[in-house]
Design a protein around this ligand. Structure first.
Ligand code: MG
Length: 382
């Protein structure tokens, strides 16, 4: 029986993780459930899975947790994910909090020696050198849940690490693929941006997918998970090929499956076992095509690659700018194309330096994030 703590349990990946656990109750037991502020969903999930620990980051929701019908530890406050990640009965921590706020849970899990199923890409993007060094020190495995990285992990099993030529991530292109100019995207609404053609995902990642920043973040995430900077990406509109690796002999290995997050989740939970899916046999009537990315209209992956190669605090600055800009866009305060402008502003004004501790990254993140939330109108010349 694997004891699983789910951090970010009320979000898209968190809920799908519980769907997988529900299906394999003989293998998995939920030890902890933690969310940000959705107390109603959390209570409902806790009543079903009866974890030992129930936590919520929002301290104002503390009273609601008292209505649980069974006895367990409850905690309301920012420390909830840190405590949950280190519980003695937990073997595996599913890190599915959105944004850099998921970092403390990941670090706590590593320090407690727990295996991590990582769905929170921002943690590796902003703080990858620290997190991967700490995981190595503690002998902790960080297993990818992101569908592209799960695919790369599977493809890499076909050859030796030293024979790898490059990683090729696939991108759906998002809802606005084919746009010829930024002008065309000016009046895009949050409702349009979160409507992804293939995947059902949370709002933040859906907007990242629409701007293509998601692929940029995933390039940096892949760099830390797989230890190479030879990472390209190609548009595969149907999201059927989830990513590929190319070996020195010219062989390209791809992982193919319908776009369903439950597959990478169940692979991370069950590895090395492959848990049976209810999806039936693969449907080959769907055509598989490739297209070239348009980095003139969607330059964010290019900027992310530059930040990756610059190293140090550069990816954290890029990520902080993006997190703030996406929030402003979802709140209806800025235009879709202003996300790009705000990220460019930070890339042009922030100096890259080296860092040694994750707290430096958290400080830099808050400074840039809060600065953009406060000054966006001035920066954009509104
Ligand atoms: Mg992905």
């Amino acid at each position: 029986m694997t004891g699983i703590a789910v951090l970010g349990c009320t979000g898209s990946v968190g809920r799908q993780t519980l769907d997988v656990i529900r299906q394999f109750k003989d293998k998995f037991r939920v030890t902890a459930l933690v969310c940000g502020s959705d107390a109603e969903t959390l209570l409902y999930q806790a009543e079903e899975f009866k974890p030992d620990f129930v936590g919520i980051a929002d301290p104002e929701k503390a009273d609601i947790l008292k209505s649980l019908s069974y006895k367990c530890d409850v905690f309301a406050g920012a420390d909830a994910q840190r405590i949950a990640a280190a519980l003695p009965g937990t073997d595996l921590v599913v890190a599915a909090v959105v944004g850099l706020s998921g970092l403390t849970g990941v670090i706590s899990a590593i320090n407690a020696g727990k295996k991590i199923a990582l769905a929170n890409k921002e943690t590796l993007v902003a703080c990858g050198s620290y997190v991967t060094r700490l995981a190595k020190e503690k002998g902790v495995e960080i297993f990818p849940v992101d569908s592209e990285h799960s695919a790369v992990y599977q493809c890499l099993l076909c050859g030796r690490a030293q024979d790898l030529k490059r990683i090729i991530l696939t991108a759906s292109g998002g809802p606005f693929f084919g746009a010829k100019s930024l002008e065309e995207l000016k009046s895009v609404t949050p409702e349009q941006a979160v409507k992804h053609p293939n995947w059902s995902m949370g709002k933040k990642i859906s907007v990242d997918s629409a701007t293509m920043m998601n692929k940029g973040l995933e390039i940096i995430e892949a760099r830390w998970l797989f230890g190479t900077t030879d990472i390209d990406y190609v548009i595969q509109r149907g999201s059927i090929i989830h990513s590929m690796v190319e070996f020195n002999d010219g062989s390209v290995i791809a992982q193919i499956a319908p776009p369903d997050m439950k597959l990478p989740i169940s692979y991370a939970l069950g590895y090395p076992e492959r848990l049976p899916s209810q999806n039936g046999k693969f449907d080959f009537s769907v055509p598989i095509t490739f297209e070239k990315p348009n980095e003139k209209v969607f330059p964010l992956p290019k900027y992310a690659r530059q930040a990756m190669l610059a190293g140090g605090t550069a990816p954290a600055a890029l990520n902080a700018a993006n997190e703030a800009a996406v929030k402003l866009f979802l709140d209806g305060k800025i235009a879709f194309t202003d996300i790009l402008r705000l990220v460019e502003h930070i890339l042009n004004s922030e100096k890259t330096s080296s860092y040694t501790d994750y707290r430096e990254i958290m400080e830099l993140h808050s400074r840039i994030y809060d600065g953009i939330i406060r000054d966006y109108a001035r920066i954009l010349g509104y």
